[in-house]
Design a protein around this ligand. Structure first.
Ligand SMILES: C[S@@+](CC[C@H](N)C(=O)[O-])C[C@H]1O[C@@H](n2cnc3c(N)ncnc32)[C@H](O)[C@@H]1O
Length: 352
């Protein structure tokens, strides 16, 4: 197992900032999402660790039982094990996770199954990982199940949840970069407001940022949750949604540079595919899904050409085809895992 270095933490713009306020054991995992970010789900449900859209991922990603496969977000290995169960003895599965705890959890599988290797790395470093693993030729299938895992949210000491008190950390890889508290305690109000607005679409971003700065130094998750609760009115249409949901999401995305990771990860993952290989991405909120959709469209749609011009596909710059439309969880899955309701799966295939 080899570790790779961490990226720089620079906020990027997603929504338009206007400057005003207008705007089975180890196999199982569960995802957080906007609505229940550590706040809405029961403890029992969150401990089940159910991988989302499992059947759909395995079905769409595994076309050949041999070859190279990559799980770029190992988590607790739910998807990874199900894929391995479908693969032949000569197949290879490369697992990555930026969280040292997920990597530690994967060691048991790496020891038990010679087809599987685990790397402590970000999926934006996939090219380096594949080189390090001695992989020659492209991958048949790559999965990115982005966001945070249930074990990360449920462990209060990781600082992701506004439900239980813990150090205000929120790093998926706590060995790298600034914690949420370090960033909030040292940033200017304008930057904090911008992050809340851009990554959380939080309409009250300015007021929250002002109150954060006034209450510094912050050190715990409940301290932050209380500050937000004091400035954000409860949503009368959705009382189960905690007022701090968007703020926690925004800070987590920023602290882990998740949007930059996704952009780079999509590019590197697509580049690592063999012709005919597929990339499957599961996202959990609209900002991420928009990014995935945009990149997939760009790869699969030809640029506009003068009509009647005889051009071959290969001359049109199309390098992929979309596999179906976006996929949402079916009612049977939602019945056992309500957290799957905001998961969206998109799949693309490389054609040249
Ligand atoms: C939703 S979980 C994946 C769950 C997994 N599919 C399973 O079945 O257990 C997301 C995982 O991706 C990891 N992760 C998030 N962003 C990452 C990145 N840029 N590179 C590598 N791992 C990442 C997180 O640490 C977390 O463990």
């Amino acid at each position: 197992m080899r570790a790779f270095a961490q990226p720089s933490f620079v906020p990027t713009r997603q929504a338009q900032w206007t400057g005003s306020n207008s705007v089975a054991e180890l196999t199982q995992e569960i995802k957080s999402e906007e609505v229940d970010f550590g706040g809405g789900a029961s403890k029992a449900a969150s401990e089940e660790h159910i991988p989302v859209l499992l059947r759909e991922v395995v079905h769409s990603l595994i076309q050949a039982d041999s070859g190279i496969y990559v799980d770029g977000t190992y988590g607790r290995g739910g998807h990874c094990r199900s894929m391995l169960a479908r693969l032949a003895p000569d197949a290879k599965m490369i697992g990555l996770d930026r969280d040292p705890e997920a990597v530690a959890a994967a060691q048991m599988l790496a020891q038990a199954d010679p087809r599987f290797s685990i790397f402590h790395a970000r999926f934006s470093q996939l090219a380096d990982v594949l080189e390090q693993a001695g992989i020659v030729g492209g991958a048949q299938g790559i999965l990115l199940d982005i966001g945070v895992s249930s074990p990360q949210i449920d462990d209060a000491s990781r600082g992701f949840s506004f439900k239980s008190d813990g150090p205000l950390d929120m790093r998926m890889d706590p060995t790298q970069g600034l914690s949420a508290a370090e960033w909030l305690n040292t940033s200017v109000e304008e930057d904090i407001a911008k992050v809340l607005f851009v990554h959380g679409e939080e309409r009250n971003s300015r007021r929250i940022a002002k109150n954060i700065v006034a209450a510094r130094p912050l050190s715990t998750t409940l301290q932050l949750a209380d500050i937000v609760e004091a400035c954000v009115p409860r949503n009368r249409n959705n009382m189960s949604k905690h007022p701090a949901t968007k703020t926690f999401q925004a800070i987590r995305i920023f602290i882990n540079a998740e949007d930059q990771e996704l952009r780079a990860g999509l590019e590197h993952a697509f580049a690592a595919l063999a012709i005919g290989g597929r990339l499957a991405v599961i996202s959990f909120h609209s900002l991420e899904d928009r990014q995935v959709k945009h990149v997939f469209r760009g790869l699969s749609r030809p640029p506009s050409m003068p009509r009647r011009l005889p051009v071959r596909h290969s001359d049109q710059g199309i390098s992929a085809r979309l596999i179906g439309k976006s996929i949402k969880a079916q009612s049977d899955e939602l019945a056992t895992n309500p957290r799957a309701r905001s998961a969206t799966l998109r799949v693309i295939e490389r054609i040249c």
